[in-house]
Design a protein around this ligand. Sequence first.
Ligand SMILES: [Zn+2]
Length: 71
Amino acid sequence: MSMNCPHCGQISTTRTSKPVSLISKETWYQCRNLECGHTFVAVTEVVRTLSPSARPNPLVRLPISRPATRR
Ligand SMILES: [Zn+2]
């Protein structure tokens, strides 16, 4: 997984990641632009459910997303 560097906009490479909780993780990124050299940490978090799990973990509580409206 990659992410754009917030300073120069170039693609950054994942170096490592670790879980922070049941629904979030921190990921370390390194910018591919050698003239930039930015390294940074981002958080990825599960924010809502689209379709409920068939094996729900009772410790995980997420809001259920409303169905998308179709036109
Ligand atoms: Zn950069």
